[in-house]
Design a protein around this ligand. Structure first.
Ligand code: SAM
Length: 242
């Protein structure tokens, strides 16, 4: 998107952290408006895609203010939220335990969790492949990963409507409601960091996941990718012996 800087590496991590610290107090309200009230339904669908029995231990990575933690808990699981932004964690409203950490260095031992959810955050990470590897490290074999994120519709009409809403109106509305138009210009522009659907699934297969799937919702504006941690993920020297 014209006029939006998309930083890389450590500069991206620092920019993302300070942006969410600033947005935190108004994040939930703006989300409801710019998703036309659909965001909670998308989160519920992501939790259903986990397909885990009640009582499972599920990490919500990049949990923000905890909406997905609430959806995970409502499904009868034990949610633990992890986020980089102290501001987002302070603004969180959920009952789940919350931990401040980077998703690329999770404070969790190998093969300890049953499931992972991650909502609207893939495009904010410094690198995706190490993220999926870290998820594979902490998931038990057979554990499930589900990520929900923005996507580009494929149909011509949906693409036009989406471009108008997501790239023009969302920055304007988000800017008015949050007082930070630059942040709401960055958020749609940051989808440029994401590989396309087949690319995302290939990355998951290459980092220790099987049964990988991608579904879309709301005319393709939102995607849910999921996978099961394989019995033997590719070893890259980082997994510690049990
Ligand atoms: C768009 S918000 C999504 C919040 C929440 N998952 C939701 O569904 O509303 C993105 C979140 O990712 C977090 N984040 C970005 N990079 C991160 C990282 N490397 N480690 C942990 N959290 C990160 C931000 O602090 C922010 O809370």
């Amino acid at each position: 998107m014209a006029g939006v800087t998309l930083p890389r590496g450590d500069a991206k991590r620092a920019a993302v952290e300070s942006m969410f610290d600033r947005l935190a107090p108004r994040y939930d309200r703006v989300n409801r408006v710019i998703s036309l009230g659909l965001d909670q339904r998308w989160r519920k669908a992501a939790v259903v895609a986990l397909g885990l029995p009640a009582g499972s231990v599920v990490l919500d990575l990049a949990c923000g203010t905890g909406d997905l933690c609430d959806a995970v808990a409502a499904a009868g699981h034990h949610a633990i939220g992890i986020d980089l932004s102290a501001g987002m964690l302070r603004a969180a409203h959920c009952d789940a335990p919350l931990v401040r950490a980077d998703t690329l260095r999770l404070p969790t031992r190998d093969a300890k969790v049953d499931g992972i959810v991650c909502g609207f955050a893939l495009r904010n990470f410094v690198a995706l492949e190490p993220f999926f590897r870290e998820c594979a490290r902490v998931l038990r074999s057979g554990g499930r990963l589900v990520a929900l994120d923005a996507a580009e519709p494929t149909g011509a009409v949906a693409r036009m409507g989406h471009a108008l809403w997501f790239r023009r109106l969302v920055p304007w509305i988000g800017g008015r409601l949050s007082g930070d138009e630059a942040a709401y210009r960055y958020l749609p522009a940051s989808t440029a960091y994401l590989p396309d659907g087949p690319g995302l699934l290939a990355m998951m297969r290459g980092t220790g996941f099987v049964d990988v799937q991608r579904t879309t919702r709301t005319a393709g504006a939102v995607q849910i990718v999921s996978g099961t941690r394989s019995e033997s993920p590719p070893m890259d020297g980082r997994e510690t012996p049990t």
